[in-house]
Design a protein around this ligand. Structure first.
Ligand code: 2HG
Ligand code: ZN
Length: 475
């Protein structure tokens, strides 16, 4: 059982981090107590900003001994409320932003060691400074931190080629719930020495320990990436294009993102500086990136050839525009990455982060859109995302002029129907955003009891007093 925090404990915790290691004043603390989507507003008597692994270790040792709940927090850009304390006012927040050193970049070994509070953009920049690529890529990379990326096993727009955060991780340094430090910052590609413990902390959303640093994989920097925005008639046509590009480019396809026309319109309407570059009324758009490695890979002209060969009437493509400069490629990406922001500005939205086997994507879109029409008629379907991974953000946005309260009241019945649907299609109800607080009940309901038992056993072994991010992932 967790206990109430005593004033002397707060004093001891402040003493560990020193005067600049905690947040003073309600106004400064407020951003740490609410989640990015505005779903939760928590309370906490103390937001700590540790600067060293030793400080984190001493903090957790005290919290373990005193049975105090600890909520680790990175850039606070998560979608499921995992980084927000509950309303009890009895959990402390451990924000990692002061631990943001890049400890080393090894261009020859293709590895780098970074601390948890390093932003994803900082990690990417450090790799690039050594002419290497750290490929994880997300809309929120300017604020999302490596610790949060690891804790949620972040995905994003380059998973197709490089995998999710777990695939990009070689080793971890973690402070365990009792304050011991697991120093496993190994940089090995091959290491078959018992259970793969690091994998358990990745995607655990801070419920098993606090990740303080990671050894990550780097890649050669693609020399001449090519980016194109392609119009297609249907999701099935998008998949046909994916097959053709796979035959032409194999592993060189780094991104294959799908957007419906409505998402593009919403983004052009709400986000400054975004234009519809194709200017023709395709019902679906695909954003393709080819990240060919090596000199003379000539990705752009090969992509032009591949798209010409895939053009209608014989092929699935109805129109295509190859980015002619890095600035134009960035504009294509801005269009894609601004869709969540456009949805926010449009008003209320109901979100479902779903994955299915790639071949089932057209059925998911057809059946899921029908569910939104039937169960949430105040909304319109905005289903977009990482179609090359079978992962769609199957969202509904409030129609202009519709009643937000009536729309939001549909959340539970729509979500149940959506999650049942992906279950039937062999998919997942949380593809890349995790469980956090939002989907705790769904995880209980929809996970095989044997799997759930094992998860609870892992939790009990790693965190016997249940102090780590209480109420998240597992109740
Ligand atoms: C994306 O792919 C993010 O843009 C956000 O995962 C998805 O807002 C969403 O539903
Ligand atoms: Zn996404």
């Amino acid at each position: 059982m967790l206990r109430a925090i005593e004033p002397r404990t707060l004093e001891a915790l402040r003493g560990i981090v020193g005067p600049s290691g905690w947040v003073r004043g309600a106004e400064d603390a407020a951003p740490y107590l609410r989640d990015f989507r505005g779903l939760y507003r928590g309370a906490s008597p103390l937001v700590l900003l540790p600067a060293m692994v030793e400080e984190v270790a001493r903090i957790l040792a005290i919290c373990h001994q005193e049975r105090i709940g600890v909520v680790p927090q990175g850039g606070n850009t998560g979608y499921c409320g995992a980084a927000t304390p509950d309303e009890s006012g009895q959990q402390i927040v451990l924000a990692m932003r002061r631990m943001h050193r890049v400890r080393e970049v090894d261009a020859a070994d293709l590895t780098m060691i970074v601390e948890a509070g390093c932003t994803l953009a900082e990690a990417q920049a450090a790799a690039l400074a050594s002419d290497r690529l750290f490929p994880l890529s997300l809309g929120s990379e300017g604020s999302a931190q490596i610790g949060g990326n690891l804790s949620t096993n972040a995905g994003g727009t380059a998973v197709l080629r490089y995998g999710m955060m777990r695939d990009l991780t070689l080793g971890l340094e973690v402070v365990l719930a009792d304050g011991r430090v697991l120093s496993a910052l190994r940089k090995l590609r091959k290491d078959n020495t018992g259970y793969d413990l690091k994998s358990l902390f990745i995607g655990a959303e801070g419920t098993l320990g606090v990740i303080t640093a990671a050894a990550l994989k780097l890649f050669p920097r693609p020399r001449d990436p090519a980016t194109a925005l392609v119009g297609v008639e249907t999701p099935a046509a998008a998949l046909e294009l994916l097959q053709r590009l796979r035959n032409a480019f194999g592993e060189e396809i780094s991104s294959f993102e799908l957007m419906p026309r409505r998402a593009v319109e919403l983004t052009v309407r709400h986000v400054e500086g975004v234009a519809d570059p194709l200017g023709e009324p395709a019902p679906w758009f695909v954003l393709v990136e080819i990240g060919a490695a090596g000199e003379g890979a000539n990705a752009a002209s090969r992509l032009v050839d591949a798209l010409a060969a895939a053009s209608a009437p014989a092929g699935p493509v109805t129109g295509a525009l190859l980015a002619s400069s890095a600035a134009q490629a960035a504009a294509f990406w801005k269009l894609r990455e601004s869709v969540p922001e456009a949805q926010r500005r449009q008003g209320a939205s109901l979100k479902h982060d779903l994955s299915v086997p790639v071949s089932e994507v057209p059925r998911l879109i057809e059946l899921g859109s029908a569910l939104i029409e039937r169960l949430a008629p105040e909304g319109e379907t905005i289903a977009y995302g990482h179609v090359g991974d079978g992962n769609l953000h199957f969202n509904a946005s409030l129609r202009s002029g519709a009643d937000p309260a009536a729309f939001l009241a549909r959340q539970e019945s729509l979500q149940t129907a959506m999650f049942d649907l992906v279950g039937r299609l062999g998919g997942s109800f949380s593809a890349e955003h995790g469980i956090g607080r939002l989907k705790v009940g769904e995880l209980e309901r929809r996970t095989d009891p044997v799997e759930l038992d094992l998860m609870r056993a892992v939790k009990a072994a790693f965190d016997p007093h249940g102090i780590m991010n209480p109420g998240k992932v597992l109740r």
